[in-house]
Design a protein around this ligand. Structure first.
Ligand code: SAM
Ligand code: GPP
Ligand code: MG
Length: 291
């Protein structure tokens, strides 16, 4: 029998708010890159974000060894999960009765991690019905569907009640939306005293304008990378006061340098490596209090 929790969300997909959002929904509905699926298969946590931390060369062993590629995939995945743990380190004290929101939740890997860590409810929104179905199927397989739920929904217009959410985040998903609209919505559903965290790639105002590498990343993902200045200004305008700003650029470079040597390369590795090296692009975590 089909129940409410097992029915695919595709049965009730809202129309995209704009033609652009329709493009992004299609993009993620059709995405099936091995660099994401093979990494997720390592332990069933499927991410669409990048990694941070030092590469464990001892664990990788000899590149000539027949098991090397498998170990490399496991290592890239370990670094991506480490990134999500660092984001969660900044969410503050979360109890099992709390609700968290993952804005732009992808296939839901971070939501599962947050539930395992805090025992709380996690609500995810994505434009992609394929991703929401994938995340809900994984939650059912893990028997956590009463706590972890994805829906097809525009993160700028969510059904969450005003002041009902203890903490929320965007993990590499804020480059698809206007930041003033985004932070107005987080600010609306967060409790006063709640916490907002983003990990994002942003262009560096000190460079002047987006570099050719940043433009290449935008074209590759059909996104619009904002500047660091824009993040801080849009937060300030929406009652989100930064508590920590961490430049993760040096921590993400080893991930990219390792990924560039793998068989799973997608062609975007050079743009990330060169823009991080020339200072035009930064990988940043911002944690802010809703005041
Ligand atoms: C790069 S993926 C990041 C996924 C996830 N945060 C993770 O870390 O694995 C970007 C996500 O943003 C979502 N997204 C983009 N624009 C959105 C919008 N307006 N509303 C909801 N989700 C959106 C996409 O559907 C996709 O799931
Ligand atoms: C930091 C920036 C600018 C990110 C842009 C958003 C994005 C597409 C993130 C990774 O998704 P993915 O895991 O699906 O990408 P890939 O296939 O390259 O691993
Ligand atoms: Mg990826």
């Amino acid at each position: 029998m089909t129940t409410e929790t097992t029915a695919p969300v595709t049965a009730k997909i809202p129309a995209p708010a704009t033609p652009y959002q329709g493009d992004i929904a299609r993009y993620w509905n059709n995405e099936a890159r091995p660099v994401n699926l093979r990494l997720g298969d390592v332990d069933g946590l499927y991410h669409h974000h990048y990694g941070i931390g030092a590469v464990d060369h001892a664990a990788l062993g000899d590149p000539a060894h027949s098991e090397y590629e498998k170990k490399l995939i496991a290592e890239l995945h370990r670094l991506e999960s480490a990134q999500a743990e660092v984001l969660m380190d900044h969410l503050g004290a979360i109890g099992s009765d709390d609700t968290l929101v993952d804005a732009g939740c992808g296939r839901g890997g971070s939501m599962v991690m947050a539930h395992r860590r805090f025992g709380c409810k996690v609500e995810g929104v994505t434009l992609s019905a394929t991703q929401a179905d994938f995340g809900n199927r994984r939650a059912r397989e893990l028997r956590i569907e009463d706590h972890v739920h994805s829906r097809v929904c525009n993160m700028l217009d969510t059904p969450f009640e005003k002041g009902s959410v203890t903490a929320s985040w965007n993990n590499e998903s804020s480059m698809y939306v206007d930041l003033h609209d985004l932070f107005a919505e987080h600010s609306r559903f967060l409790k006063v005293g709640g916490r907002y965290v983003t990990i994002t790639g942003c262009w560096n105002p000190r460079y002047g304008q987006p570099s050719k590498w940043v433009s290449q990343i935008n074209a590759h993902f059909e996104c619009n990378i904002h500047s660091r200045r824009e993040y801080l200004r849009a937060m300030a305008d929406n009652r989100l006061v930064p508590q920590s700003i961490v430049d993760l650029t040096p921590d993400t470079l080893p991930y990219w340098e390792l990924r560039a040597t793998s068989s799973l390369v997608t062609g975007i590795e050079e743009a990330f490596i060169e823009s991080y090296r020339d200072g035009s692009f930064q990988y940043v975590l911002i944690a802010a209090d809703r005041v």
